[in-house]
Design a protein around this ligand. Structure first.
Ligand SMILES: Nc1nc2c(ncn2[C@@H]2O[C@H](COP(=O)(O)OP(=O)(O)OP(=O)(O)O)[C@@H](O)[C@H]2O)c(=O)[nH]1
Ligand SMILES: [Mg+2]
Length: 447
């Protein structure tokens, strides 16, 4: 258990009925005892009422509730006291200042969770999941974070590590008896187990792109010719008037990006300037911005007026895109049945018809793996995970090549060790301090 007591306000600042102030560390009960009267540190996990006083002046600061936790049975894994005081700006700040005066020091961002990891209460993936849960804005993000918090991802990575350990066991005979020509384990068996392991790594890596999208929101760019009804559709999808709409082609000059949730999934929806040649200087700059967004897009929502046929240039543009595209035919309320051969979902921003279906289609397009059945499938959610698995895969391949080239088994097996270490670093079983620092850098104080 770490000695120094750390303290922080764990709830968001501002006007509120209550706020939570936490103090953790071996000295936490002693620190809390200098502030709370009465204080019964031996009564663990009981809610008690007390007065919070400044330890120097003795002035009463607030009427509070507190709970004391013993080490091993708290969030941080060490002695912890939670103090529920009144909310707002003053009461929590004064209680916190009293805890500082009583010997606690300010907690760094994420330090409570970091201590939980150090004390084995959480692994690194679970700690990241807590950060994701706090940041979640869409139900699908919450589902994925809770799954990771339940060790869903940890179990998958640990299973991968076990597979590598099994390959290691297979080659151990060759290491112990290198002079034997034909050991009990045939090389093909090792090669087969290795190939299966690489395939399992690939299966997990295949979820990385979707996992990243789930954390950051899928970038959905609305594109189309000027006046196609892009901004109207943008507003209809968001349910509020964010972008200016006029009957003049070239109204939208700049890209507008707004976070949104469709079908429970997170999106960043972008309205852009209509694509055409010509226009004035500002419009041409706007079209440049549109093109930049299009190269970064996860998917494109293409608008074409339902009342008109699509031009060859539009078909060429659609064919040039490398990301999923949803084509919608706009202004469906005033259009005749669409010209033969023209496809696309018919919508009307004015009547709202088809808008719900657009949202559903976007969710299915951007989050195919999660919407088609396996809704709780564990996904790699961060670049850190992807990089470590890619590293592990490279080591496995190098091992295979080394064995095929007849390299000494003991030497080749060092690559299996390296693969195991890379996988363990994802879960946080062996995690260098700089990795920990990077993971917790994004946490808020009090978490
Ligand atoms: N009847 C009808 N008119 C629509 C609909 N959607 C858009 N419009 C009209 O089409 C015109 C252009 O709409 P915008 O949403 O500004 O089109 P845009 O594609 O953003 O145009 P630019 O920003 O100039 O590229 C406006 O006069 C809208 O009122 C619709 O669903 N039904
Ligand atoms: Mg517009």
């Amino acid at each position: 258990m770490l000695h120094d007591a750390i303290a922080a306000i764990s709830t968001a600042p501002g006007r509120a009925a209550v706020a939570l102030v936490r103090v953790s560390g071996r000295d936490a009960p002693a620190v809390a005892g200098r502030v709370l009267t009465p204080f019964r540190p031996a009564e663990l996990r009981h809610v008690r009422r007390a007065r919070a006083r400044h330890p120097d002046s003795g002035e009463v600061l607030d009427d509070v509730l507190y709970v004391a936790y013993g080490d091993g049975a708290s969030y941080t894994g060490e002695a912890l006291v939670e103090i529920w005081c009144h909310g707002g700006l003053l009461a929590p700040a004064e209680v916190l200042a009293a805890l500082y005066a009583a010997g606690a020091r300010p907690a760094e961002p994420g330090e409570f969770t970091r201590r939980a990891v150090l004390h084995g209460k959480l692994d690194l993936l679970q700690a990241e999941a807590i950060g994701d849960l706090v940041d979640a804005t869409a139900p699908a993000q919450r589902r994925a974070a809770l799954h990771q918090l339940d060790r869903g991802t940890s179990v998958r990575i640990a299973a991968l590590r076990d597979r590598v350990l099994a390959v290691e066991a297979l080659v151990s005979y060759d290491i112990d008896f290198p002079e034997e020509d034909d050991g009990p384990v045939r090389p093909e068996r090792v090669a087969g187990a290795l190939a299966d392991t690489v395939a399992a790594v690939d299966a997990l890596l295949a979820t990385a792109a979707e996992g990243a999208r789930l954390r950051t929101g899928a970038l959905c760019v609305i594109a189309g010719r000027p006046n196609a009804g892009k901004s109207s559709l943008f507003n209809a999808l968001l349910g509020e008037d964010r972008a200016i709409v006029t009957d003049l082609p070239g109204t939208t000059r700049d890209a507008i990006e707004v976070p949104a949730v469709f079908g429970g999934f997170p999106f960043r929806l972008v309205d852009t300037a209509g694509l055409r040649d010509g226009g004035d200087r500002i419009e041409r700059l706007g079209i440049e911005v549109s093109r930049r967004f299009l190269t970064a897009a996860d998917l494109v929502l293409y608008c074409a007026d339902a009342g008109a046929g699509m031009e060859p240039a539009e078909h060429a543009f659609l064919a040039s895109l490398e990301v999923p595209v949803l084509v919608v035919r706009t202004k469906g309320d005033r259009a005749q049945p669409s010209p033969a051969g023209e496809s696309g979902l018919v919508v009307s921003a004015h009547t709202g018809s088809g808008i719900a279906r657009v949202r559903e289609h976007l969710a299915a397009l951007a989050f195919q793996g999660l919407t088609s059945g396996g809704s709780a499938a564990p996904v790699l959610s961060r670049e850190r995970h992807r990089a470590a698995l890619t590293h592990a895969r490279r080591e496995l391949e190098t091992f295979g090549e080394a064995r095929a080239a007849g390299l000494d088994a003991a030497v080749a097996a060092t690559h299996l060790r390296a693969a195991v270490t890379a996988l363990e670093s994802v879960i946080g079983l062996v995690t260098p301090a700089d990795v920990l620092a990077r993971v917790f850098a994004t946490f808020c104080v009090g978490k």
